[in-house]
Design a protein around this ligand. Structure first.
Ligand SMILES: [Fe+2]
Ligand SMILES: [Fe+2]
Length: 144
C-alpha cells in the first residue's frame, strides 16, 4: 500500500467531514509505517493500539456522517449506513483476531482496507456531496 496523500479529489466540500477523512488517512499511514518498519512483536503491540484507534475513529466518523445525512434528508442513507456497518464489522473482526493473536496485520489487509476507504470516499461519500451541492443554500453545509 503506498503512502496516501490527501488531495482535493477527496473533498466532499464539508470541512468537518474532510478533516475526519484526513485524520483517517493519517491513521492508515501510521499503520502502514508500523508494518513496514517494526519487528514482529512490536508490530503486534503497536497494530493492536492503532487498530483500536482505527475502530474508534471509524465509529466516530460514521456516526458524524450518518447524523449529518439524516439531518439533510439524504435519500440513500439506509444504503450508505449498510456500507458503513459492513466495514465496521470488518475492522472489529480484524482487531479481535489481532488481539487473540490469531493473526498479525499484513500488507494485504492494509491494501484491502485502504482501497475500501478510498473507494468509499470517492464513490459513496461523493454521492451525498453531490446531493448537498444540488440542494438550495440552507443548513446543509455544516455538520452541526
Ligand atoms: Fe466518510
Ligand atoms: Fe461514508
Amino acid at each position: 500500500m503506498p503512502h496516501m496523500e490527501w488531495t482535493e479529489d477527496f473533498s466532499v466540500q464539508i470541512s468537518e467531514i474532510d478533516d475526519q477523512h484526513r485524520r483517517w488517512i493519517e491513521i492508515m499511514n501510521e499503520m502502514h509505517e508500523t508494518l513496514i518498519k517494526g519487528d514482529v512483536q512490536k508490530v503486534q503491540n503497536i497494530t493492536e493500539k492503532i487498530l483500536k484507534d482505527m475502530q474508534d475513529y471509524t465509529r466516530f466518523h460514521f456516526t458524524t456522517e450518518e447524523d449529518f445525512l439524516k439531518k439533510i434528508g439524504f435519500p440513500e442513507l439506509a444504503q450508505h449506513k449498510k456500507q458503513h456497518s459492513k466495514f465496521y464489522v470488518q475492522v472489529h473482526e480484524l482487531l479481535k483476531d489481532v488481539q487473540e493473536e490469531k493473526m498479525v496485520l499484513n500488507t494485504e489487509i492494509m491494501k484491502t482496507m485502504s482501497s475500501w476507504f478510498l473507494n468509499h470516499i470517492l464513490v459513496e461519500d461523493m454521492k451525498y456531496s453531490r446531493f448537498v451541492a444540488s440542494c438550495p443554500a440552507g443548513d446543509t453545509s455544516t455538520v452541526e
